[in-house]
Design a protein around this ligand. Sequence first.
Ligand SMILES: [Zn+2]
Ligand SMILES: [Zn+2]
Length: 136
Amino acid sequence: MTVPFKGGCACGAVRYECTSEPQLAFNCHCRDCQRISGAPFITAILVPEDALTINGNTHGHTQDGDSGGSLTRYFCSDCGSALFAKVEAFPGVLGIKVMSMDDPSWISPSMDFYTKSAQPWVTFSDITEKFDGMPS
Ligand SMILES: [Zn+2]
Ligand SMILES: [Zn+2]
């Protein structure tokens, strides 16, 4: 594990550095994450928002989250890579899409969210805690 860690989008226009260790690492199998990422699930970590320094332009898209509050996802303005997310219900916390990290290999998700909409051919890790939807 290496802190601070760096990452960015596919085209290089957005780069970030994070000085905090992840507070939580999880997979999300909800249909929104599937559609937005184009992948069967996303892997994300949560960090304190003020631990992250972002360089470059991002585009934010807000929609209603499952919990009732709004969720804003941030993409590179140039290439559209999914990078960050903020949930209205959790101020001060930022989600980072793990695959945007320069070295995602040291992140080990401990939870799977929205297993009810997971694709039938996805194989789950034995060590994660599974949730039908979002844990309360
Ligand atoms: Zn980009
Ligand atoms: Zn999701």
